[in-house]
Design a protein around this ligand. Sequence first.
Ligand SMILES: *Cc1c(COP(=O)(O)O)cnc(C)c1O
Length: 477
Amino acid sequence: MEYISTRNNKKTFTFEDVFLKGLAPDGGLFIPKSLNKITKDKLKSFRNLSYQDLAQKIIFPFINNFMSESELSEIIKKSYSVFDRDNVVNLTNRNNALEIDILELFHGPTLAFKDIAMQLIGNFYEYNLKKKNKKINIIVATSGDTGAAAIDSIKGKKNMNIFVLHPYNKISIVQRKIMTTTKEKNVFNIAIKGNFDDCQNLVKSMFSDQDFSNSINMSGVNSINWARIIAQTVYYFYGYFQSEYAKGKLYEDPVNFSIPTGNFGDAYAGYLAKKMGLPINKLIIATNNNDILHRAISNGDYEVNKVFQTLSPSMDIQVASNFERLIYDINDFSDNETKKVMNEIKKTGKYKIPKDKIAKIKKNFLSASLNEEEMKKIMIKLSTAPGGEGIIVDPHTAIGLGAIIKVISENKDSEVNKFNTISLATAHPAKFPEAMKYVQGEVGFPEKLEHVMKEKENFNIMDNNIEVIKNYILKKI
Ligand SMILES: *Cc1c(COP(=O)(O)O)cnc(C)c1O
């Protein structure tokens, strides 16, 4: 498979380029030049595979000669051996007060779905750097969960340092402690006086400063990294096969997915699964008060507002980096048009999506936004279900569930109602103790992470100033 950039579709790249660079040299995002569709027969043959074997089948065509299929298989097995579930994820099959299928993606080492891609990526780096005898410095911005997952997958590995920028006092305390209690010497935590978009902008500026990024051999694991997208595609397939309510009509009826969304990485992975041939009807984009994607999808207003701080901090994002990949598709796969739109967004902070292009988006996506009160209502309803069957979900997951209810009531006549919907549970509730006072019952804190609550934290608080951050990084490497 060859890759191109959304801003220049003539020049091609290998998976290795795409993986190590993250962002294309022209500032665009990497996408495959063409996709091989998975046939219905092949899909059927995937049905009874373990998660790991399914991952191998889905990921291998994307990475071609980066490694052999048996090496990939080994790496997948090793990556997912640190999860609490043999099959990595868990589908609850409507066992809750809302009677919605919930696909739990948080059984990895840092309790959020980010682990699923990140564990694999850490091992991809290790494999590649050893082969090439190279050293890299990974710099990543986090809204709370990416940083922890990246640190866990990279800590203690040879030939790599990792620098994580998080917005100071704007992530949950548990999220912060999981990152900052790491003892390994190749991990550096920086708290930026600003919001997540500021952190993301700092990382983007360091990447585009070629002198700096080349001099430190900089690499990125942010949600635009293509390896993350393909790793996340796997659980859409797995969830589809596991849903009992789809099973009767497997391969006939499609399913919907609801996705708590920030940077549009997870949602894009679902869209990719659909493009590859998984029978998906609609992808429901669920946002909190930071609703730029809901405004874009429902009426074409992609306009950057100020960031609101919410109880679902991992979605407190205005600039959804992966959206450029969708912009490319709705602009008829034109690199020139995409470049124009992206320049316009950079200059004016907005993109008014034309009607015909909104229609294209709506073929695949619906959206809803939940405010804090609506989110809490969902958490309360689930936790207080009669008969002692209450379950506790985290605020991000609650937003995904609430979005389904909104979309269904707002689209009564649409076919979204005809099909089963699977809601992604993106984090373990124990990660968000600030939100747990609204629910009934106790959330057990997973034993594997009890230690982080007691240990000493180690991080630097810094101004939102690119030169200060660069100097710090240069001193540490
Ligand atoms: C990162 C994250 C999201 C948003 O995912 P994107 O890929 O950025 O859209 C949602 N929920 C949780 C818990 C997260 O950590």
